[in-house]
Design a protein around this ligand. Sequence first.
Ligand code: SF4
Length: 74
Amino acid sequence: MATIAWVTDREFECEHIGQRVRIESELVFPADHLPEQPPRRRARRCSHHLECNLRDTPSCVWAGTHPLYNPLDD
Ligand code: SF4
């Protein structure tokens, strides 16, 4: 049976809220009888996306309220 887990991809200081946050991926790990198959990413999120989504001002792509702003873009 496949296993599903959220894993941290990256941590960074988000200037928008002034806190350290995590970008996480939801990975589906293959069943034991398929050991050569790599994990598949099903979704990504920011650890603070819910709080930012409830703000009155647009936040970023991870909150879903500002599709043109990604704080991870260098
Ligand atoms: S959702 Fe975007 S703005 Fe909010 S903490 Fe995460 S990265 Fe920063």
